[in-house]
Design a protein around this ligand. Structure first.
Ligand SMILES: NC(=O)c1ccc[n+]([C@@H]2O[C@H](COP(=O)([O-])OP(=O)(O)OC[C@H]3O[C@@H](n4cnc5c(N)ncnc54)[C@H](OP(=O)(O)O)[C@@H]3O)[C@@H](O)[C@H]2O)c1
Length: 261
């Protein structure tokens, strides 16, 4: 296994992260896998004992992330890549706006990424062709109803990574932002609205793994969905508002008709 790239992949216990772990392991990479649920990570380790190091933990707890970073340092000495994919989604009900929920989502999606970056950077600095990757979301291209907390966390993550890209360039650390559209995972299976152009987690993982080889600054997909979001975001604000109200109404109708069943 010497010479295989050494990657820390977070959120590998389900959805996009689990599918990406399968793909990268099949491609021969060595992975540190992190998430709170240890069983799915151990199942991968049992199948790829030479390639997988399981370091489970709650990434929204800075002490646990620091401990994971120290373990990687002791066991591997360096990282060639970190793919920060762990995340969550909760939707706001503006009638009962809850700041605690915003805090929860920011902690899960933005602060946890910051803790992981702090732990990963010293290890990436001693790695080969280091690459830092963060999974944001296509929601960052267009404000959508009920996505206040989720969108804020992912927009924050986008800015964090884009600014870091500038500051890390001199050290030769590349930074990629991944912006998925809808992907069919346990996270989105809870959604009560239509998810146009949804991809399977396996298709998303194949796409991300292939594109990562070229180390682009952005991996956004599916292309047509992203183009539509960017087009809508370029409309005058009153048209964006009218459209947003329409989406909110149709989501409400879907919820009401599901509740009536
Ligand atoms: N699915 C989509 O349509 C979509 C679209 C755009 C962006 N994304 C982003 O893609 C990423 C993966 O999402 P997914 O759809 O694959 O969701 P998922 O199936 O729910 O997977 C989320 C992963 O994150 C881990 N995680 C969450 N909170 C964690 C914490 N505090 N500490 C450690 N691990 C944590 C979960 O593991 P444990 O529960 O075991 O801790 C799980 O492995 C997320 O960042 C999400 O925002 C998804």
């Amino acid at each position: 296994m010497s010479g295989a790239r050494r990657i820390w992949l977070t959120g590998a216990s389900s959805g996009i992260g689990a599918a990406l772990a399968e793909q990268l392991l099949a491609d021969g990479m060595r992975l540190v896998l992190s998430a709170r649920r240890v069983e799915p990570l151990q199942a991968l380790a049992a199948r790829y004992p030479e390639q997988v190091l399981v370091l489970a933990g709650d990434l929204s707890d800075p002490a646990q992330v620091r401990e994971i970073g120290e373990q990687i340092g002791q066991q591997w000495g360096a990282l060639d890549g970190a793919i920060l994919n762990a995340g969550t989604c909760e939707y706001i009900d503006a009638q009962h706006f809850e700041a605690a929920m915003v805090e929860r989502v920011l902690r899960a999606n933005l602060l946890s990424a910051a803790y992981c970056i702090e732990a990963a950077l010293p290890l990436l600095r001693t790695g080969e062709k280091p690459h830092l990757v963060g999974v944001a979301s296509s929601v960052t291209f267009l404000p959508l109803p009920r996505a206040e907390a989720y969108g804020a966390s992912k927009a924050g993550l986008r800015y964090l990574l884009q600014a870091l890209r500038i500051d890390l360039a001199a050290e030769g650390i590349d930074v990629t932002v991944v912006s998925p559209g809808f992907v069919d995972t346990p996270l989105t299976q809870q959604n009560d609205f239509a998810m146009p152009m949804s991809w399977s987690a396996e298709k998303a993982a194949r796409h991300i793994a292939k594109r990562l080889e070229k180390r682009p600054s952005e991996i956004a997909f599916p292309g047509p969905f992203i183009s539509i979001l960017k087009l809508l975001a370029s409309l005058p604000m009153h048209l964006q508002l009218a459209l947003g109200k329409r989406i909110a109404r149709s989501e409400q109708n879907t919820t009401d008709s599901k509740d009536a069943r």
